[in-house]
Ligand binder design. Structure first.
Ligand SMILES: Cc1ncc(COP(=O)(O)O)c(C=O)c1O
Length: 384
């Protein structure tokens, strides 16, 4: 095992050297069916021809240009993304945590300018995950992320998902924004209830609290709509994306609608490599493919098929959950040994939550045959 990286990841004993569609290949040439998409990043699978072509064309023109100048590719991407998102403006950065940082800065300034001091609290949900910077750990509603790194950023408060009464009391006059994952990913693929999201939208609109959705894992088509929150019939004031946005190149985005799109002024925020042209070129290719009604409904259909097949694993699995191609199965045993056995048999999956949940985030191009094949392997592993 490598001793050069800091010990932040428990890396499995496999070295991937290439990929093709929904498969990865290791250094011995063995093939693995990928139900992870690099944690929702390789949304179009590996080596997609449209991404290779977009990247090659851009690489032959320009790798990077500072945000002090205009860039045609970045601008074309930003226009396509805001149109797809139904938002007015976007800030482009490099990761999900960075996108959420931007969202929180927008919320704080929106409220400060309009209402003055003392209205800076951002409410997020218990069980949420919003990233690894100190401030995004502060926004993350899971105790296990709150050790070792304090003191944390002030002004974050948590509410239990689904608890409308608690939401009503928590969204008081000190609050500038509510940050929600429509489907919580890291804590185990947990969709919010329609009642809760509906109430959140109503209270936020009434009190002029910004409704912000972290769509970093559940957005960009993964649940069968462009944003996962769309299926609740609500509109976001701010939404963040990252992970699959550029099909495998690092990129994050904080998008804002009419209310908040002009909050940030020159000098308020920045990111040296944000709006990188290579990532933007790939982002255009991703949007061209993903953001069509036919492609999105295919994701929903394949997700329903995946879910149906997962159901047949009961009672070897206790419960199944999910939306579109974002799915989970609660096991009766620890997930880690199951993941290791799956790996040995050529299937990649993820864990989630506190250790007994398997999470599946396959590429959008997965076929029903591949779903069958991967879940047959899982059935065998669970039966052992
Ligand atoms: C919902 C959500 N928000 C934020 C993040 C942080 O994204 P990044 O790792 O790109 O900073 C993640 C990453 O898993 C996530 O799932």
């Amino acid at each position: 095992m490598s001793d050069v990286f800091m010990n932040t990841y428990h890396r499995l004993p496999v070295t991937f050297t290439s990929g093709d569609g929904c498969y990865l290949f290791d250094d011995a040439g063995s093939r693995y069916l990928d139900f992870t998409s690099g944690i929702a990043v390789n949304c179009l699978g590996h080596r997609h021809p449209a991404l290779i072509s977009a990247l090659n064309i851009q690489a032959n023109k320009l790798f990077h240009v500072s945000n002090y100048y205009q860039c045609d590719t970045a601008e074309a991407f930003a226009r396509k993304l805001t149109a797809a998102a139904g938002m007015e403006k976007v800030f482009l950065c490099n990761s999900g945590a960075e996108a959420n940082e931007c969202a929180c800065k927008i919320a704080r300034k929106y409220s400060l300018v309009k209402y003055g001091e003392g209205r800076h609290t951002i409410v997020s949900l218990k069980g949420s995950f919003h990233g690894r910077t100190i401030t995004m750990l502060s926004a993350t509603g899971q105790e296990r992320f709150h050790t070792n790194f304090g003191p944390f950023t002030e002004g974050f408060r948590f509410v239990e998902p689904g608890d409308v009464d608690a939401l009503k009391t928590t969204l008081d006059s000190s609050v500038c924004a509510l940050l929600i994952e429509a489907v919580q990913g890291e804590s185990g693929v947990v969709p919010q209830s329609a009642d809760f999201v509906g109430a959140a939208a109503e209270i936020c609109a009434k009190k002029d609290i910004l409704l912000m959705f972290d769509e970093i894992q559940c957005g960009l088509g993964r649940t069968g709509t462009f944003f996962a929150f769309e299926s609740y019939g609500v509109k976001a004031d701010v939404a963040t994306l990252a992970k699959g946005i550029a099909g495998g190149l690092p990129m994050g985005a904080a998008l804002a609608g009419e209310k908040a799109c002009d909050v940030l002024a020159v000098g308020d925020h920045g990111s040296t490599c944000g709006a990188n042209p290579l990532a933007a070129a790939c982002g255009i290719a991703v949007l061209d493919i993903v953001n069509t009604p036919a492609f999105l409904s295919e994701i929903a259909e394949k997700g329903a098929y995946f879910m149906e097949k997962l159901e047949t694993l009961k009672p070897m699995v206790k419960a199944v959950r999910g939306k579109g191609l974002m799915l989970a199965a609660d096991l009766n045993v620890e997930a880690r040994p199951v993941l290791e056995k799956l790996l040995k048999r050529g299937v990649l999956a993820l864990s989630a939550g506190e250790g007994k949940t398997l999470r599946f985030l396959p590429p959008y191009i997965i076929s029903k045959d591949q779903i069958d094949a991967g879940l047959d392997v899982l059935r065998g592993v669970l039966a052992d």
